[in-house]
Write a protein that binds this ligand. Sequence first.
Ligand SMILES: [Fe+2]
Length: 296
Amino acid sequence: MYSTHPRQVIGDAQRAELLENGFLILPGFIPEEELAVLRVEQRQVVRPWSEIRHDPPADRSALVPYPYGNARMARPWLHPELLRLGRWFLKTEAVFAYVGCMIARYPGFMSGDQGHIDNGNNSLLPKPGAGREYGQIGFWIHLDEVTADQAPLRLVRTRDGNDFSKAVPLTCPPGTVCVFNNHTVHASTTFTGSEGQRFTWGFALGRADHPFEGFLSYTNLGLDPTFRAVVGMMTADERTLMRFPAPGHPYYTRETLEALEAQYPGWNARGEYTASDAHRDGARHQSLAATALAGV
Ligand SMILES: [Fe+2]
């Protein structure tokens, strides 16, 4: 569904930067033409400050879990370059989506965060000394510019340990994607400005063979209207990222494919799935037809 513009290619230098620093900032990764559409839709999920300033949430913040009430907003992480980076980082082709949330920060948001990692909320295991594959790689998307007074996330380079005084503020141009894993030291910050908002939303990938990891589940969303629409739009390959069996799996029969079509409209619009009982029943029909013809 997504094409890769040459400037979106994530090369060896950026991979090295991700490993060295523990995070990678991709300024303007989302194309301008896509930004315009996504901005309008994002504002239907989380309200801009101009609309809520007279009745803001008490903590001047909002959090909307996946799938955000909007199918398009649930898809940008499927960009092939982000998937390629994630698979390389996790050292396997077999990865699952680990969905995240959309976050809004507004003027007045206060933070005393002095740096943390997202481990206790993302894994049953303590932070290991083992490889980077024992964690998820996350993609935080910013459609709008983030200025220093709009509560930018702060990230600490690996070499700086837990020294939060050296943290890098994620101030960025529109369309920026920040890549980091759940062991990267980071912190929220106070919104010191008096106008605007900072919207962020994220996704993560983890290894398919690591059931002990994850942040929010989506196996409870099978009847959620937005999730149904998102899955219906996906290719069979993309659906494997959401834990659906790949084409050719014995689960797929004429009956189950019919049920999937009803639950996720468009399920087999591309003809990617074949019913495992289609051939057998087809052969039986042929045999019956031959018998019937023989009796004529
Ligand atoms: Fe965090």
